[in-house]
Design a protein around this ligand. Sequence first.
Ligand SMILES: NC(=O)c1ccc[n+]([C@@H]2O[C@H](COP(=O)([O-])OP(=O)(O)OC[C@H]3O[C@@H](n4cnc5c(N)ncnc54)[C@H](OP(=O)(O)O)[C@@H]3O)[C@@H](O)[C@H]2O)c1
Length: 433
Amino acid sequence: MGNGRTLGVGLIGLGVVGTGVVQLIQKNREDFKKFRGVDLDLRRVAVRDPGKPREVDLPTGAFTTAEALVEDPDVDIVVEVMGGVDAATDLCCRALKSGKDLVTANKAMMAERGDEVFSAAAAGGASVGFEASVCGGIPILQALRDGLVANQVESLYGILNGTTNYILTRMTDEGGSFDEMLQEAQDAGYAEADPAMDIDGTDAAQKLSLLCRIAFRRRLDPEHISKEGIEGISPVDIDFARELGYTIKLLGIARPLGDSIEARVHPALVPLDSQLANIKHEFNAVEVVGSAAGPQVFTGRGAGRLPTASAIVADLVDVAQRRLAGRGESADLARLPEAAPASPDSVKISAYCRFTVFDTPGVLAQIACIFADHNIGIAKVIQHGRSESEGDTVTLIMTTHEARESDMKRAVHVIGQLPVVQHEPKVIRIEEL
Ligand SMILES: NC(=O)c1ccc[n+]([C@@H]2O[C@H](COP(=O)([O-])OP(=O)(O)OC[C@H]3O[C@@H](n4cnc5c(N)ncnc54)[C@H](OP(=O)(O)O)[C@@H]3O)[C@@H](O)[C@H]2O)c1
């Protein structure tokens, strides 16, 4: 370990995030020594191709392989920013079991294999920092764990994915279809070449499961989080939402419901004057309602080199201080009870429904009757005159009062079977926030 306050850092991955980590360690090392009592000495760096030109200067002889790095006695803390799940889990668990601490930005690994990682940490008496894996630069896990320690979290609403927020913001502010705005997001570097896991809600569900672990002290497998992406959102929904006083966001929502946790990711109408409605482009935000502190909103950049590196280096300093104080922290995270997902019968929602119907008398009454039969009250109805492009059909918008989600699904299914209804009805939940 060198002198008493110096800790050896090993970095696996020197891409977008890893380069930022090196930059921030090099820039702040003296301040950390002076004000935090820790000296972070970057000793080893593992990459796939050591011959590639790099943007940062590294100590001579720093390059090594990931396998050698996790065995290296000069490394006290491993920073994993290589990505992927299986190889990363294997390397991280080996490091932890041998007593090295871990800091990672790898949400996929932590969401899918977090139990193994925390068990390895418990076995090695080591700590795991994974702030950067949820909402990049926003210190949300620290806020939940430390700042809100005297609270029970009553609910949590998050815009957890920057790519989808960027697409929805552009669709809202400038018009344009989902496909056009996805292409623009890719051209601007906000969406990956394969954006499937962002668009279909998988990325947000992984982050939500990690938030649940800290907020509710329970494990919730991302597979148990119901998810729906934004690919079905059309400009017409955005226009009608605005007319009703809402905008559309992809939300991750979690709240305890008895012994279970209601957790879901889906597009939702949120009031135009709510704080989340005004989180735009690639920004992320999490609104937490604490039992003592009430509602609080945390917002900032959810990805990118320096925002993500900022969270990693904050974890590094924290983990280093714990190590120097002789305290590991992750053992309890390995033993959290599993939360049961809430059943659709216990979840209540209100909804925006768009129907394409033949413009004949009595249609509205038929639909209203089916809603009534399923104990669903109608809040508002919008029907504009027929447009040329609609031919014999018109668009009918209905919003509902709160009702059981299972009733809503059944009612919409029955309505979709009516001969007067063309196309599959579109349902988007409303969250009043
Ligand atoms: N980018 C973001 O804004 C962001 C935000 C939050 C979280 N994250 C997470 O951070 C992690 C890294 O993302 P990134 O964008 O920095 O990725 P990246 O730019 O693709 O960099 C990956 C790095 O890992 C190295 N690497 C890959 N396989 C390796 C192996 N087997 N052994 C040693 N090194 C290996 C690569 O080496 P070469 O350079 O030689 O190819 C590269 O330096 C991912 O888990 C990602 O989900 C990223």
